[in-house]
Every structure is written in structure tokens, then in C-alpha cells.
Write a protein that binds this ligand. Structure first.
Ligand code: URP
Ligand code: ZN
Ligand code: ZN
Ligand code: ZN
Length: 467
């Protein structure tokens, strides 16, 4: 036994109980009462603390070329930041190039991630080109390699049309893969953008207006219909609107394997942020919506219709966000010239756990949304997402009494601001272990660049709404 965490209150998705955790060679070997240390075992006293599985952030964009620049966190700073917020696994996006085989795309990206990642990581493949049978078939090579999840974009110029989306869904059903979707109506968005710009409406509020509730909701409904037609499961990423929430709940009630992810920014902020002086810092896609949508998302969390919370971490500096005022070429900017995305990988678990600590949801629910459900959905529950013998010792010690006001100066990523500045959280992680190694303690990162490894996931076959 290398490590013994004693006297803590263990919280899993299913239960809460006092027990000790013994760890050897990076794995949890025993969970039980009054475990005695051996000679040389490091003993950690977790009296008064909660002991949780590390979070699995199913949605990050590290070192991502996007919006005319590259997101500011690379695989080192992004995973370092994750560790300091209690997240021990991140799923990053590989964007397939035109004509690129999916497996080649994964390997190209892993060459960047492997030397840098400080916690474990895996990938979803962002599908951009299935114009030949070979490219579509290469999804199967990815699944065999251990990367069984994909994402299609219904927006952006690199996104796919409904025909390609449908083919990806059909393929996924055959090979044991999960398709995630960024659902927004591209055509309506483009029309609204043109109209607003012609009317001189250029600030961040119009980013929200051009991607309003209906623009997202229509695409959510269409995506669900396409999945039903293809007879397969679907994972709607960063769900942020009421119509979509209702469509997901209805499909699930009908027995369809439809799953949704939402993000902390949609749970905490509304479209009001776009009226702030630096509203452009909050520009992300989909944008924050009105209060009604936020209320619907929280209600769906309680009803069990939201499967996961993930961050969509995609940080850009304030100078880059300022391209909404003056572009990098010195031309007048507008809401379309602001790189889309916000940071959050260090804030997700503290924020969701804080909402639990304040009584809005249970701690078990927080663990389910942030750790065990992503593990089940993405095919890595044989390794992660719980506190059970045999699983990786990805463990967070959480102090429910430690209150923190979030400040960018205390964050560990590579960014000059945070949309979470000034937000008060009740309780905070005080230690994070990644496969038994202490990677974070009391505000300090203690991990190592390159220590994280690529997690190979099982094929994914979801036939109903239960995980
Ligand atoms: O604004 C966002 N979300 N940027 C990252 C790309 C995406 O759509 O997920
Ligand atoms: Zn997206
Ligand atoms: Zn329901
Ligand atoms: Zn994203």
C-alpha cells in the first residue's frame, strides 16, 4: 500500500459513507473501515473532509486553432489548471482535417498532448469530412484504437450538413460509437448575423441574439430527430436552451438513448452578461441564454435529464476578445470577430460542488454529473469515475468549510482573466490525486508535465436513456 486516505467521508454517485481508502500502484485497492497502514505507507487524514472521485471534464479545447488564433491553454497549462480544480481526466477535441483519416487525426493531436498532459486525457474526434467511404469508415479505426466518441458541428464553416451528420450517426450505430453534436442552426445564424451587422448592431449582445434560444432549440430538435431516424444514441454537448432541454426530456421519456451535457457557465450566468462592459469576454457558442432557459436546465438536472456537466474550456485572452472592437488587422470589429470560448476547466468541480454544498443538488448528484456519468457515457468506467477497488486512484479531497472567491490571480491556466472572477464558492478542493500521485494541494500545483496518459475507451453501445 502506497497511500492511505483515512477518516474521510466518501461521496460517490450512489452513496455517502465514512471509510478509508488504500491505494497501491495508482489503483484503489481497498475501501473499508479502520484500514491499518503498512510500513512506508503515506497516511493522509481526511477527517472533516469529503473524498470524491476526480472529475472527468468531457469537453475541452486545448491548444485549439479557432477564431483566427489558438486557445491559450496548451495540454500542459490546461491539464495543470484541471488538476487544481479537482479534474483528473479531460476529453479534448481532435478536429479532423479535410481528407484526413480519423486515426491519423487522433495521432497527430496525441503527439501534442502526450508530452504535455499533467493528468489523464482522452479525445473525441470532431468530424469535418466524410465525403468518401474511406473517411467515414475510418471512424471504426478510431473506435478500435480506443477513441469511440465523435462530435459533429451543425454550425461553423468546418461543420457538416445534415446528410453527413446522418451518415455519421448511422455509422456510429454499427461500430459502437457515440456521436456528440454542437446544435445551432447555421443558416439562420448566418442570416441574423448579416441583418444585425447591416443595422450596425455589432456588440456582444448581438452574438447572443444571432444565436438565440430558437436558433439552438431548432437544431437540438433536428439533431434528436436525426438520431431517432438513424436508430442510434446522441449526446448533445453544451446544451443551453429550454426548447432543447424539453426535447431531450421528451425523447428520454419515450425511451430513446438521448443524453445531454450542460456547462457551468449556463448554470451560473444568463444573457445579461452580454450587456456588461466586457460582455465580449463571455462570447462563446452557444451563448448564455435567458433566465427561463437557465431554470429549465437546473430543473432537468434534478429530473435526471442532464447526463453530464463539462466545461467547453476554450480560453482566449482579453486582447483576442478585443478583436470584437478592432480586428487583428486593425479593421473595425464586431461580435463575429471575437474568438468564441471561455475558460472553466479549473472552476467546474468547485462550482458544481459548491451548488451541492449550498443545497441546490446533492453531493452525490454533483459526482454523478461530473465524474461517474462521463465515465459511463464515454466508455472509461472500468478505470475512472468512482471510488471502488480496481479503479484508478483519481481522488479529490474537498473541504466543505473552505470558502473561495474566484480570482484569476489564483488560477493555474494560461489566461489573463476569467469570466468567474468574483464568484463565491462554498467549499473547495484541497488535494487532488491522479493515479495515486498528489498533483494539487492547498492552492499549489504539484504534478508533472507529461505524467498524464491517453485513456483508451471501450466501444459505446447505449440503447436506452439509462446509463
Ligand atoms: O465557444 C465555444 N464553445 N468554442 C469552442 C468550440 C465549440 O463550439 O465547442
Ligand atoms: Zn461546440
Ligand atoms: Zn423525464
Ligand atoms: Zn466545445
Amino acid at each position: 500500500m502506497d497511500l492511505l486516505i483515512k477518516n474521510g467521508t466518501i461521496v460517490t454517485a450512489e452513496s455517502t459513507f465514512k471509510a478509508d481508502i488504500a491505494v497501491k500502484d495508482g489503483k484503489i485497492i481497498t475501501v473499508g473501515q479502520d484500514i491499518e497502514p503498512l510500513k512506508g505507507t503515506e497516511v493522509v487524514d481526511a477527517q472533516g473532509k469529503l473524498v470524491l472521485p476526480g472529475a472527468i471534464d468531457g469537453h475541452t479545447h486545448l491548444a485549439m486553432p479557432f477564431g483566427g488564433t489558438i486557445s491559450s491553454d496548451d495540454y500542459y497549462t490546461g491539464t495543470k489548471s484541471a488538476a487544481c480544480g479537482g479534474t483528473t481526466t479531460v476529453f479534448d477535441f481532435v478536429l479532423q482535417g479535410k481528407g484526413e483519416n480519423m486515426l491519423d487525426a487522433i495521432k497527430r493531436r496525441d503527439a501534442l498532448a502526450a508530452p504535455d498532459a499533467a493528468v489523464d486525457y482522452s479525445f473525441h474526434v470532431g468530424v469535418c469530412d466524410v465525403t468518401t467511404p474511406e473517411l467515414l469508415d475510418s471512424m471504426e479505426d478510431a473506435v478500435k484504437y480506443g477513441i469511440p466518441s465523435f462530435k459533429v458541428f451543425m454550425v461553423y464553416d468546418f461543420g457538416v450538413d445534415d446528410g453527413a451528420f446522418y451518415q455519421v450517426l448511422q455509422k456510429a450505430a454499427k461500430i459502437g460509437a457515440l456521436v456528440g453534436v454542437h446544435a445551432e442552426n447555421r443558416d439562420v445564424n448566418n442570416v441574423l448575423v448579416k441583418q444585425y451587422l447591416a443595422e450596425g448592431k455589432t456588440d456582444a449582445w448581438w452574438h447572443y441574439m444571432a444565436k438565440n434560444e430558437d436558433v439552438e432549440g431548432e437544431a437540438d430538435v433536428r439533431a434528436i430527430n436525426l438520431a431517432k431516424m438513424a436508430g442510434t444514441s446522441l449526446y448533445i454537448v453544451h446544451l443551453a436552451d429550454k426548447q432543447g432541454v424539453e426535447a431531450v426530456a421528451q425523447a428520454r421519456d419515450e425511451g430513446y438513448p438521448i443524453f445531454a451535457e450542460t456547462c457551468p457557465q449556463y448554470l451560473h450566468f444568463t444573457n445579461e452578461v452580454y450587456k456588461r462592459e466586457r460582455g465580449r469576454d463571455f462570447v462563446c457558442s452557444p451563448p448564455m441564454k435567458g433566465q427561463e432557459s437557465q431554470d429549465a436546465i437546473w430543473a432537468a438536472i434534478k429530473a435526471g435529464d442532464i447526463a453530464t456537466i463539462a466545461t467547453d474550456h476554450c480560453p482566449f485572452t482579453q486582447a483576442e476578445k478585443d478583436w470584437g472592437i478592432t480586428t487583428k488587422d486593425g479593421k473595425p470589429g464586431n461580435f463575429t470577430t471575437i474568438p468564441n470560448g471561455c475558460a472553466g476547466v479549473e472552476n467546474m468541480y468547485p462550482y458544481v460542488l459548491s451548488e451541492a454544498n449550498k443545497g441546490r443538488i446533492t453531493f452525490n448528484k454533483a459526482v454523478e454529473l461530473c465524474a461517474s456519468n462521463p465515465a459511463k457515457l464515454f466508455g472509461l468506467d472500468h478505470l475512472k469515475g468512482g471510488i471502488t477497488p480496481g479503479l484508478d486512484a483519481d481522488i479529490v479531497i474537498y473541504d466543505p468549510e473552505k470558502n473561495v472567491t474566484i480570482a484569476n490571480s489564483e488560477m493555474h491556466g494560461n489566461l489573463d482573466h476569467t469570466i468567474w472572477e468574483g464568484v463565491e464558492v462554498k467549499g473547495y478542493p484541497v488535494a487532488t490525486y491522479s493515479r495515486g500521485n498528489l498533483v494539487y494541494k492547498d492552492g499549489e500545483f504539484l504534478g508533472q508535465k507529461g505524467a498524464g496518459k491517453l485513456i483508451k475507451c471501450k466501444p459505446i453501445k447505449l440503447t436506452g436513456p439509462k446509463l
